[in-house]
Design a protein around this ligand. Structure first.
Ligand code: CP
Length: 309
């Protein structure tokens, strides 16, 4: 199958077939991640750089490990440790990396559209590792992989995305992916954290978490993003947890075999209880493992000129 893109900027731009193609390719990559010999020659001779203007553990490290498992030259650059701190612009920074012969630039930025701007100005493939409140496409792909692996399908499932929907790029990318793959998507959370236009994306919105979770096959909890919130959107974290946190009582609204997912990092005791994170329903650690496999698949597809074998 062909993948007709230089970059991976969002799920919005992908077709259903392209998403399925990436997920199928990631299945093969997961075998490598779980094997005793995590080394393939797929990216030999290629250079992959992560350019992160925001903090990250999972996304940055999984891209770095994915690159190394596939024999790429992998390097990292952060805003605070680079000439960005001396005032170099986003485009000049990206062009500098491009001029060094970088094949793939992986970007995280607090501004929506920053990776799109870079993609227009460099020869390298650009991967969006999270831009403001817009998209986080590789998170959505690993979420789809985790759901498919556990449930055997995505079409026809009811998926509840609950919490701070307003500030979540994961919610947007997940809604695009889930609706393209035929799932029913509902969102739930405080009305102050629910964007008015969300139903235009194809997700039904509820002003509570438990209503959204009724008969859900999958519950995706979202982090309260205090760093992006204006003050006063929630009274306090303690009250948020009381009325909107996912605990064992609220989880009973979902189907008995429902999966519990979260992109991480989790504010324990706020959006999820530690107890619910320790149950068999929780797939949070599997999501992290699958993140490496999915990112290997994305790097492989982009560097091979877009052909999925
Ligand atoms: N899910 C996610 O993007 O986590 P990090 O911020 O740790 O990369």
């Amino acid at each position: 199958m062909e993948f007709q893109h230089k970059d991976l900027l969002g799920i919005k731009q992908l077709s259903r077939e392209e998403i399925i193609g990436i997920l199928n390719h990631a299945k093969k990559m997961k075998e490598i991640v779980l094997s005793d010999c995590k080394k393939t020659p797929d990216l030999q001779g290629k250079s992959v750089v992560t350019l992160f203007y925001e903090n990250s553990t999972r996304t940055r490290m999984s891209f770095e490990l994915a690159s190394k498992y596939m024999s790429a030259n992998a390097a990292n650059i952060t805003a605070s440790g680079s000439s960005v701190a001396k005032g170099e612009t986003l485009i000049d920074t990206a062009r500098t990396l491009d001029s060094m012969g970088t094949d793939v630039i992986i970007v995280r930025h607090s501004s929506s559209g920053a990776p799109h701007l870079i993609a227009k100005n460099v020869k390298a493939s650009v991967i969006n590792a999270g831009d403001g409140m817009n998209e986080h496409p590789t998170q959505a792909l690993l979420d789809m992989f985790t759901i498919k692996e556990n449930k055997g399908r995505i079409a026809g499932l009811k998926v509840a995305i609950v919490g701070d929907v307003a500030h979540s790029r994961v919610a947007r990318s997940d809604i695009y992916a889930l609706t393209k793959l035929g799932a029913e998507v509902v969102v739930g959370g405080p009305s102050t954290l629910m964007p008015t236009e969300i139903e235009k994306l194809g997700a039904k919105a509820y002003p509570s978490v438990h209503e959204a979770m009724i008969d859900a096959d999958v519950v995706i909890g979202l982090r309260i993003q205090q760093e992006r919130q204006k003050s006063g959107l929630i009274p306090s974290l303690r009250e948020y947890h009381r009325f909107f946190g996912v605990d064992d009582q609220r989880m009973k609204f979902a189907k008995p075999d429902a999966l519990l997912m979260h992109p991480g990092p989790v504010n324990r005791g706020v959006e999820l209880t530690s107890a619910i994170m320790g149950t068999d329903a929780s797939k949070i650690n599997e999501q992290v493992t699958n993140g490496v496999a999915v990112r290997m698949a994305v790097l492989d597809i982009l560097t091979k000129g877009g052909i999925i074998e």
